[in-house]
Design a protein. Structure first.
Length: 670
């Protein structure tokens, strides 16, 4: 009887290759070198930290072990004996950061390997219960081979029941933390339960009979790496580290200055790239920015077909069905070209048809930026592009950090994640693209060595009949700033003075009987505020002001127009004096900027509101007796206004009138 072997032995590796060749015919070349190094460690129930580039087949690490256990337990006579127990109902746990990634794993494992998986999300649980199925019972009885779950669900009582279930506990062959760099980034404050994933794995499951592993493409060496290892309990002889270069050799990197403001509504830099008709993902930091980009592209897209089919959005708050449909269209539909996505897409979502990645603004960390760029080029037979549109302020800050060298100020320290990943081989990690003989040099190396861009390297995905070109917007003309245009501080001053003027109008007019019960806003309407704020320097005569007030419903315009013009004249003079004056040689001979003399002479200057509301200083004397309050009206005026009406009720007059009425009735009867 032969001795039991390990999968890490040469014989075990050959068995692994034969099983993959038998069960996965769509892989004619078999396993990649990275997969062939990683899978035996997982199958031998040892711990693994796998770091390699996006698109290197990391997702096979939790699919192939399931197939190996099923195949050997079904045909034990055809294979040698192994040191690990082989399960007939193997189960694996995959902790995912987003529900979109969980649903994506479920779909891929079924489409590629026919492995039943379940995404343990709130929406899927509710849907399963509506269908009358007990999902907790199904998981406990190992009816699903892979369970995708988030850290928040791991602390629920149901998962304590799963861990105590003997079938589930004995058949669990691995526990995986997908996108391991998130444990350090999000576990600090955003989602602290990420730091307790290892506690659940090692406290509730049979660690001696299973493998715990994590994988990512962007793990910074040093403190972040040590933090993840500490959280997952990676140490000792059972732990293995596989660090490969995370560089995507078929991806060209370009950094450009964003020509339009990030808070604006136009993004003309996107149109030339999109008109090359390549499958593109546009990364944005916020959903609000994504909507503005979507509206701009939707406006300039041809209307000859369904624009909602060509331009899609992907975010964590979108329904699961919509996000899944977006990925499906991106892979299978020629007319689906663009996906505008937030961070939810950059974490592990696979769509091999993507060719271009455009980031509008920079990411929060270097790891996030590399994850965004890793969504493209997963088909190694095609060249991909990664375009980063950074704002001028972001580029200026980066240049300042480089110039500061090793002694940056405390306020401008560079993010600790923005360092080298020390990609092996070390000899080429610090060389530029040309010296390292990279196939697609970055924009800096192309400029340094005067290399021309070749359009043939990046062919279109579809022809113009399938994807018509976007309408190129005209370049807006730059308008010269007019001298009668107000500045922000000037507008603030004008509005303050208008508020004081409105109070003066109220004091003058509210005592009149017809005006006592009208709302305060009627004394100086908002239309007058807006008109004066916009056209103050254009109002150079009383007639111009009356013309502008003609269509404004202001009930005091005939009584207060002169006072308003006096205020405008004073403010105009104040603003012009505060501005830097031009030299006399540049001033025209007959300037019409000044107020007309006749208008200023006729203005009642006593009604002008003072330019400042500052309280005058106190007099030198103090403790003076308080002056009596002056009455609004004297006693005679009050009696005349508020006394009851008086009627002439003399008896003689009434009797005479009644007699006249009686005689009139008698005559009418006759």
């Amino acid at each position: 009887m032969s001795d039991a072997i390990k999968f890490q032995s040469d014989e075990g590796r050959e068995v692994l290759k034969s099983i993959v060749k038998k069960l996965i015919p769509q892989w004619p070349n078999g396993l990649h070198n990275f997969q062939l190094d990683s899978l035996p460690i997982i199958l031998d129930n040892e711990d693994l930290f796998a770091i390699t580039a996006t698109g290197d087949g990391k997702s096979a690490l939790f699919a192939v072990p399931i197939l190996v256990h099923l195949e050997i337990s079904k045909n034990p006579d055809q294979y040698p004996k192994f040191k690990i127990p082989l399960r007939k109902k193997p189960v694996g746990i995959v902790v995912t950061p987003t529900k979109g990634l969980a649903n994506n794993i479920v779909k891929e494992t079924w489409d590629q390997f026919k492995i039943s998986a379940y995404a343990y999300t709130r929406e899927n649980i509710a849907r399963t219960r509506r269908n009358g199925l007990d999902i907790n019972c199904s998981i406990s009885e190992c009816q699903y081979q892979i369970i995708c779950v988030d850290p928040e669900h791991l602390r629920e009582p149901e998962w304590g029941v799963f861990a105590d279930s003997e079938p589930f506990r004995s058949n669990c062959i691995f526990a995986c933390a997908e996108e391991g760099h998130i444990i350090n980034e999000w576990g600090q404050d955003f989602r602290p339960l990420f730091r307790h994933i290892g506690s659940f794995f090692r406290g509730k499951l049979l660690v001696s009979q299973m493998s715990i592993f994590t994988m990512t493409a962007t793990m910074q060496p040093g403190a972040p790496y040590e933090s993840v290892c500490s959280s997952l309990g990676f140490s000792g002889p059972k732990f293995h580290l596989i660090r490969r270069s995370n560089e995507c050799l078929n991806t060209e990197i370009t950094v450009e200055t964003l020509s339009s403001p990030l808070s604006g509504r136009i993004f003309p830099q996107l149109i030339p790239y999109l008109n090359q008709r390549r499958k593109t993902i546009i990364h944005v930091r916020t959903i609000e920015l994504g909507y503005r980009v979507f509206l701009y592209l939707f406006k300039h897209a041809p209307r000859s077909y369904n624009r909602h089919r060509r331009i899609r959005m992907y975010s964590a708050i979108a329904p699961d069905g919509y996000n899944e449909r977006t990925i499906e269209l991106l892979i299978n539909d020629l007319q689906c070209q663009i996906v505008i996505a937030t961070k939810a897409f950059s974490l592990g979502i696979h769509a091999k048809t993507l060719q271009d990645s455009i980031s509008v603004g920079t990411a929060d960390t270097q790891a996030e930026s590399d994850q965004c760029g890793g969504r493209v080029g997963q088909d190694r037979s095609q060249n991909a592009r990664r375009i980063i549109l950074a704002t001028a302020a972001e580029l200026k800050k980066a240049k300042k950090n480089l110039q500061d060298g090793s002694d940056p100020s405390a306020k401008s320290t560079m993010d600790p994640a923005k360092v080298t990943y020390t990609n092996p081989p070390i000899e080429t990690s610090y060389l530029d693209c040309v010296q390292a003989k990279r196939l697609l040099p970055c924009d800096l190396c192309r400029a340094r060595y005067n290399l021309l861009e070749s359009p043939t390297l990046f062919p279109a995905y579809a022809d113009e009949s399938v994807l018509p070109l976007f309408h190129v917007p005209p370049i807006p003309a730059k308008h010269k700033k007019q001298k009668d245009q107000l500045k922000k501080n000037e507008i603030k001053l004008i509005r303050q003075e208008l508020i004081a003027f409105e109070k003066q109008v109220w004091l003058d007019e509210h005592l009149y009987i017809p005006h006592r019960n009208i709302p305060r806003s009627f004394y100086l309407p908002s239309e007058v505020f807006d008109m004066v704020t916009i056209d103050l320097l254009k109002i150079k005569s009383l007639d111009i002001l009356r013309t502008k007030l003609a269509d404004i419903p202001w009930m005091f315009k005939y009584r207060q127009t002169r006072n308003l013009f006096a205020l405008i004249a004073q403010l105009s003079d104040t603003i012009k004096k505060s501005r830097p004056s031009k030299s006399k040689s540049h001033q025209p001979e007959h300037s019409t900027d000044e107020m007309e003399a006749s208008d200023i002479i006729n203005v009642n200057t006593s009604a002008i509101i003072p330019a400042s509301l500052k309280r005058p200083a106190l007099e030198g004397t103090s403790n003076q007796p308080r002056a009596k309050r002056k009455p609004v009206m004297n006693l005679a005026e009050a009696e005349e206004l508020y006394s009851r009406p008086r009627y002439n009720l003399a008896v003689s007059t009434n009797s005479q009138n009644s007699g006249n009425r009686r005689s009139t009735r008698i005559q009418s009867k006759k």
